[in-house]
Design a protein around this ligand. Structure first.
Ligand code: HPA
Ligand code: ZN
Length: 339
């Protein structure tokens, strides 16, 4: 391991863009398929991994939603979540803001309660045994109607004590943010933290419209903002964070290669950029691999890595006191590493 790889591996960091369903590793998918008697298009984990070749966001989402069919019981959601949190803690993720897509389960007849109880049990356990803090963000599927989104939102209110935020994911194309303006208004009214995917397959205009109509605190992806200089200036001035997912962007062909990724350019302009793994079971790496591949391709140095790790806590929905505690951890780590 070269020294930058070691530095990345050990630096305390937060992960802010992570779909729990996207952490379903092929091995666990096969195990759960057998356990629940769900037949899959893949006979084994190796075949599944080989089939994960995507042309764009939609070709990924088709496989991603198909794989969720193996998640049936509370135990399954627990197993999925504890596996992710164990891996994240081993990569020195100190805080994770986890997306979950309840509609992709309730629409298959799985109770909302089953999903959230399984996830929450893992979160509570990981907090004490792995020393990792977590917040849950419930994502609304934008390819479905706002009416359906509102139905799940109303249902989720019974579990509000376990849900910190509301997000928006799935197919950006053809599903503009304003389709969900009523839902996000209600989310703000209920005091939720809000985020939304934008500018992944959509343009800078989609990022702008998302900020104008949904008033979210953070933008997930947002990499197409660079097409609009005024928008970039606004992101910098208001310090609106972007949760960037480098390996996802390359696997879904948002950028042809990692060398072409614009995250360093955005960072240099002063945008609050964070690095995240999105759907690590599908895109070839967890958060540290995302930092490392971006660092190698874009020649990021230690100071860039420190900035990115600091940004990950600054952009989180933690309280100021908690942010300070984690920022001090980075300071101690960086100081020790330079001695
Ligand atoms: N974009 C939109 N929806 C998603 C993604 C993504 O990267 N991952 C899982 N659902
Ligand atoms: Zn995502």
């Amino acid at each position: 391991m070269n020294s930058l790889a070691g530095f990345i591996a050990g630096i305390p960091k937060a992960e802010l863009h992570l779909h729990i369903e996207g952490t379903l590793e092929p091995e666990l998918m096969i195990t759960l398929g057998k356990r629940n008697g769900v037949s899959l298009p893949f006979p084994d984990a190796e075949t599944a991994r080989k089939a994960y070749q995507f042309n764009d966001l939609q070709s990924f989402l088709d496989i991603y939603y198909q794989a969720t069919a193996v998640l049936i019981t509370e135990e399954d959601f627990y197993d999925l979540t504890i596996a992710y949190l164990t891996k994240a803690a081993s990569q020195h993720v100190r805080h994770a803001e986890i997306f979950f897509d309840p509609q992709s389960h309730t629409n298959r007849g799985i109770a909302f309660e089953t999903v959230i109880r399984g996830i929450e049990r893992a979160v509570v356990e990981a907090n004490s045994s792995l020393h990792i803090s977590t917040k849950l963000i419930m994502c609304i599927l934008r390819h479905l109607s706002e009416k359906e989104g509102l139905e799940i939102f109303e249902k989720a209110l019974a579990w509000k004590q376990w849900i910190a935020g509301i997000g928006l994911d799935s197919s950006e194309r053809g599903n503009p943010p304003e389709k969900f303006s009523t839902l996000f208004k209600k989310a703000h009214h209920e005091g939720f933290f809000t985020v939304a995917h934008a500018g992944e397959e959509g343009s800078a205009a989609s990022v702008r419209k998302t900020l104008e109509t949904l008033h979210v605190t953070r933008i997930d992806h947002g990499v197409h903002c660079m097409e609009d200089e005024e928008l970039v200036a606004e992101l910098v001035q208001k310090q609106i964070p972007l949760t960037v997912c480098p390996l996802s962007n390359v696997r879904l062909k948002v950028f042809e290669t990692m060398k072409q990724h614009n995250l360093k350019a955005m960072l240099q302009k002063g945008v609050c950029i964070t690095i995240n793994s999105d759907d690590p079971a599908y895109f070839g790496g967890y958060v540290n691999e995302n930092y490392l591949e971006a660092a190698n391709a874009l020649q990021l140095d230690r100071n860039d890595i420190i900035q990115l790790a600091q940004n990950s806590f600054i952009a989180s929905s933690l309280s100021t006191v908690h942010k300070q505690l984690y920022l001090h951890e980075i300071e101690r780590y960086s100081g020790n590493q330079s001695n």
